[in-house]
Ligand binder design. Sequence first.
Ligand code: SAH
Length: 213
Amino acid sequence: MRDTSKHQGLRRKLADVLERKGITDRNVLNAVRKIPRHLFIDSSFEAHAYQDKAFPIAANQTISQPYTVAFQSQTLEIKKGDRVLEIGTGSGYQTAVLLELDAEVYTIERQQELFKKTSLFLPKIGYKPKRFIFGDGYKGLEEKAPFDKIIVTAGAPYVPKPLLAQLKVGGMLLIPVGDETQIMTQFIRKSATEFDKKELGDFAFVPMLEDKQ
Ligand code: SAH
């Protein structure tokens, strides 16, 4: 597991690309400059690691496009110590960005193979979420609720009720909603019963599936 000055140079360029595409959050850009994304994908595809593209990983899943990760991370406005629930651990790259932003992260993955792989890999390179959970993100994580932020990194056909219910008042759910392509949708909890909803543009994710595999 090597990280060279060449990799670092490629990451600086990737951060510049993201900045040109509209990412302004310093901390998010610094996380992109710091995290060795090439270690999150198969080494034979290393050349693709620092292009602004999604890429296939194990179990028919993808590592999200860097712009998408940066956009979701920036939109979440993470404050140090925020309790964050992530649905769709996947490669763990988004998880690493959240940890660089000093969030306390709980992350759920429904694919056993990815769950095993990523829960071993991330701590090895120094990223330690509070908890890796093998389970169904549609249910959220009741026993650790309420959360300051909930981020969904798979395309959801609808907004799961438990995720809204597990937000703190003032908290935010960021979820791509739709079938073929998704609309990034932000919910801010205003009170026990009221949510503000905003739509933040079109994205493409692999589908959020029900139940574990
Ligand atoms: N943040 C990840 C994105 C991976 S793609 C990364 O950048 O690598 C989306 C992930 O969501 C996949 O790993 C998929 O298995 C997972 N997923 C899909 N439906 C899920 C569900 N109901 N609960 C938890 N994870 C789910």
